[in-house]
Write a protein that binds this ligand. Structure first.
Ligand SMILES: NC(=O)c1ccc[n+]([C@@H]2O[C@H](COP(=O)([O-])OP(=O)(O)OC[C@H]3O[C@@H](n4cnc5c(N)ncnc54)[C@H](OP(=O)(O)O)[C@@H]3O)[C@@H](O)[C@H]2O)c1
Length: 268
């Protein structure tokens, strides 16, 4: 992007972007790319040390103002804390990106972890955007990015609750696109497929079995370049082609094929 395009982007979506899950992976990449485009930031996650290190580096490199808010989105009170941290900041872009997955047979999922996942992946994004939308609408410009997943496009065997949580995010994002597009707010539901982040190790997935893995920078960069091309954006041309084909297959065949792939990835 050239300087002039960066300025136009910052005028439309700035001055401040709020990024959840900014302490690693795709959220960290969003923060870096937004700072490079001249936006000030409010960064949210649990690992304050990482957020502060990133804030310092981005201020140093780009001269932007970066605030951090330590919050555990599994705690229902977290949304209030984030809204409090955002008070007085002119947020033009919400990147609702924090999330995590749980893989394996649904019957083996630990109930408390599943409850946390549904809070982080579903309730928190729905509640946080609900609190920030009035100010966006009042300005008449801005955007919301929801980091969902290609798993939100269809049920994923051995990832049942996670894929259902991302189905929730896809429907939330699509519905808000329909509500907010006429009011000048771009809503993009970003559906990454395998992306090279800490997420795979956290879920016990052998990332060497994953094909066509994208970098977090490429995924976040596509989202920012296509913010106005909602409602849904699948990251990566190879993933767009694969999911076009997958979604046009008989659903039973698609689900058997996904189940085989997941069994291979989750082999002990
Ligand atoms: N990697 C992939 O292949 C892939 C594919 C499709 C979709 N996604 C989605 O992309 C998003 C980002 O994931 P990633 O791949 O970048 O993974 P990651 O590197 O593990 O990053 C996840 C981020 O979410 C934050 N987070 C997790 N639980 C949280 C909680 N309870 N409270 C606050 N923040 C929390 C983490 O911060 P703290 O740990 O510091 O709190 C971290 O910043 C997620 O929504 C994920 O579902 C990833």
């Amino acid at each position: 992007m050239g300087k002039q395009e960066d300025r136009a982007f910052a005028e439309h979506y700035g001055p401040v972007a709020l990024v959840t899950g900014a302490s690693s992976g795709i959220g960290d990449a969003f923060a870096r790319l937004l700072a490079a485009r001249g936006l000030d930031l409010l960064l949210v996650a649990r690992r304050r040390d990482r957020l502060e290190a990133l804030a310092g580096a981005l201020h140093e490199q780009y001269g932007v103002r970066v605030e951090v808010c330590e919050a555990d989105l599994a705690d229902p009170a977290a949304v209030d804390r984030i809204v409090e941290a955002a008070r007085g900041l002119d947020i033009g872009l919400l990147v609702s990106n924090a999330g995590f997955g749980l893989k394996g047979a649904h019957q083996d999922t630990a109930p408390a972890r599943m409850a946390d996942m549904l809070q982080v992946n579903c309730a928190a994004p729905a509640q946080l955007c609900q609190r920030l939308i009035p100010a966006l609408v009042a300005r008449g410009r801005g955007g919301i990015v929801f980091t969902s997943s290609v798993e939100g496009l269809m049920g994923m065997p051995f990832s049942a609750a996670y894929s259902a949580s991302k189905g929730f995010v896809n429907n939330l994002g699509e519905a808000l696109w329909g509500e907010l597009a006429p009011q000048g707010i771009d809503v993009l539901t970003l559906c990454p497929s395998s992306t090279d982040t800490e997420a795979h190790a956290l879920q016990g997935i052998d990332s060497s079995t994953l094909e066509g893995m994208m970098s977090p920078e490429a995924v976040a960069g596509e989202a920012l370049d296509h913010l106005a091309d909602g409602p849904v954006w699948i990251a990566g041309e190879h993933n767009r082609q694969m999911f076009d084909a997958m979604l046009s297959m008989p659903r039973r065949d698609a689900l058997f094929s996904m189940a085989d792939a997941m069994r291979a990835a989750l082999k002990p």
